[in-house]
Design a protein around this ligand. Structure first.
Ligand code: NAD
Ligand code: FES
Length: 282
């Protein structure tokens, strides 16, 4: 059993939980994810790891209430337990394979959209520990939905650029408009862009960075269902290859991802009829 040590509301329908999970905390790296199960009848819910404390044996997760399972999760309180926390799963960020010297030669840009800010944070924090300060463009619909701002600012200082769609805070516009401004008006040069957020955002970030000539990776967590490599939900096309987000990813070359196909599959997986259709077809 895995105890919830802390629960905090970050924004409407967005929750943070600090969970006792020593085995996951001992090994996890930025980019990896875990699976939680509320009880033995509960669905497996894949979530990216937002932070970890190896000494305390805890992992931080951030989730948005989008359906019955996440609603049940949000009903849990400090002192309650998850039946299971499995992980770390997936492949760590490619950045973790580079030496600090290699990293220090790179200019890295993160584009975080909404709840996607949670998985961006551990990567930026890890880079800071290697002596690298990355630029972060963090977008939200409005001021009330900006999450983890203080935490992010603590690891990237004034390299953090907040955007809101309605202009209620920070730069007025989408994350893509801010990225364009940084590169084209401010003359910034980036060797790598990491985009994590809603699929539509990652699609448009990829289109932009292709035009700007910036190699880009995107995290395909949103299409995962059970996170085991068995259900087939997270099948996606990357270049001319078929991949599974939960075992081959979650990060892939964003310029090669067929986002339209991935979004279409995600919509079909949302209904039983759609799932039946995909099972027959595949
Ligand atoms: P949101 O809809 O508020 O979007 C966040 C930002 O993305 C916006 O502020 C905007 O700047 C940008 N954006 C949105 N549409 C865009 C477009 N067409 N072009 C350019 N930029 C655009 O985000 P939300 O409601 O917090 O998102 C929740 C989604 O994030 C869920 O679908 C969830 O699956 C996903 N998510 C993804 C990951 C991941 O690993 N990729 C992790 C957690 C959550
Ligand atoms: Fe089920 Fe990847 S999430 S196969």
């Amino acid at each position: 059993m895995y105890k919830i040590l802390k629960k905090k509301k970050l924004a409407e329908q967005i929750w943070l939980m600090d969970v006792e999970a020593p085995r996951v905390a001992a090994k996890c790296l930025p980019g990896e994810f875990l699976i939680v199960k509320i009880d033995r009848y509960g669905e497996r819910i894949p979530l990216t790891i937002c932070d970890y404390d190896r000494e305390k044996g805890t992992v931080l997760i951030v989730f948005q209430v989008v359906g019955a399972s996440s609603y049940r999760m949000a009903e849990l309180n400090e002192g309650d337990f998850f039946e299971d926390v499995v992980g770390p799963l997936g492949c760590p960020s490619e950045l973790t394979k580079k030496t600090p010297e290699e990293l220090r030669k790179m200019n890295i840009l993160f584009v975080a959209g909404g709840v996607g800010t949670a998985p961006v944070y551990p990567q930026v924090k890890w880079l800071k520990e290697q002596g690298v300060t990355a630029d972060v463009v963090q977008g939200a619909k409005n001021k009330d939905l900006v999450i983890l701002e203080d935490e992010m600012r603590a690891v990237c200082g004034d390299h953090l650029y907040i955007t809101t769609d309605d202009g209620s805070y920070g730069f007025h516009g989408l994350v893509t408009a801010k990225v364009e401004e940084l590169v084209e008006k401010e003359g910034k040069h980036y060797d790598l862009c990491v985009a994590i957020g809603p699929m539509i955002m990652m699609k448009f970030v990829a289109l932009l960075t292709k035009k700007l000539g910036i190699p880009t990776v995107a995290s395909m967590n949103p299409i995962m269902v059970d996170g085991t490599g068995m259900c087939g939900a997270c099948r996606l096309i990357v270049g001319d290859e078929v991949k599974f987000a939960c075992v081959d990813g979650p990060e892939f070359d964003a310029h090669k991802i067929d986002f339209d196909q991935a979004m279409k599959r995600a919509r079909m997986y949302a209904s039983e009829e759609g799932r039946e259709y995909l099972r027959e077809k595949e």
